[in-house]
Design a protein. Sequence first.
Length: 290
Amino acid sequence: MSSVSVAPSTTGPAGRGPAALYGGKAGRRVTVRDVAAAKERHEKWPMVTAYDAMTAKVFDEAGIPVMLVGDSAAMVVYGYDSTLPVTVDDLIPLTAAVVRGSSRAMVVADLPFGSYQASPQQALETAARFMKEAGAHAVKLEGGHRVLPQVEMLVSAGIPVMAHLGLTPQSVNVLGGYRVQGRGQAGEELMADAKALEHAGAFAVVLECVPSDLAHRVTASLSIPTIGIGAGPETDAQVLVWQDLMGLTPSPAKFVKKYFDLAGEMDRAVRAFADEVVSGAFPTVEHAYR
């Protein structure tokens, strides 16, 4: 995929011009061309997960350019202990909700475990459902050389593909747990995978839980953006599960920075509501109809 040249734009509020990926004002959906242009401008940008319309609207209005409907929904929405149990039928309604709740962000749908690994044809059938039934703008899948035929098939069918290397949660049982990936010779293999995925047509690649120096080398070697999660500061973009960054997750990973104590605020609010119900302080006349 070739990069797109974009002339510098007039700087707007907070140093972001109308063409900026984060907080820009294009008046349309972010596309793979916009993502490519940001790489060319050396512009860093954020990506967050989203699973419902109301949350998606908040993130969209905040200027987040790309939202991922992750298979992490298995844990944060459905209560499983890994990503493996979630299905296509579980994720399509969530993806559709995020698309309806947003107007500018590119919405990327995760292809869940077992929905694309068997063959390129299976991957196409699954991705087509996300595009047709949910309105997704791109899909994400995990793996390196073993999924190159799937990536090529999807891209040839007109479906943008975000790749995912390093710690690939769908392969956690093969990897032996949630551990840093890409040390030593494994780093060279990851580099080869990243270049092969770019050649196959992926428009971006997530690097999860890999050493910072490796992520830096991969980022410098690719013309497509890298999106880090536990991969250090040198990737083109960063992604976090929104429940992690908002403080809802009880024991987040080392790479997570907690930006807000949402769990604490929710606890205080629901206790205040409950106390007022018990005491009779709520509802008042102000909250009643006549």
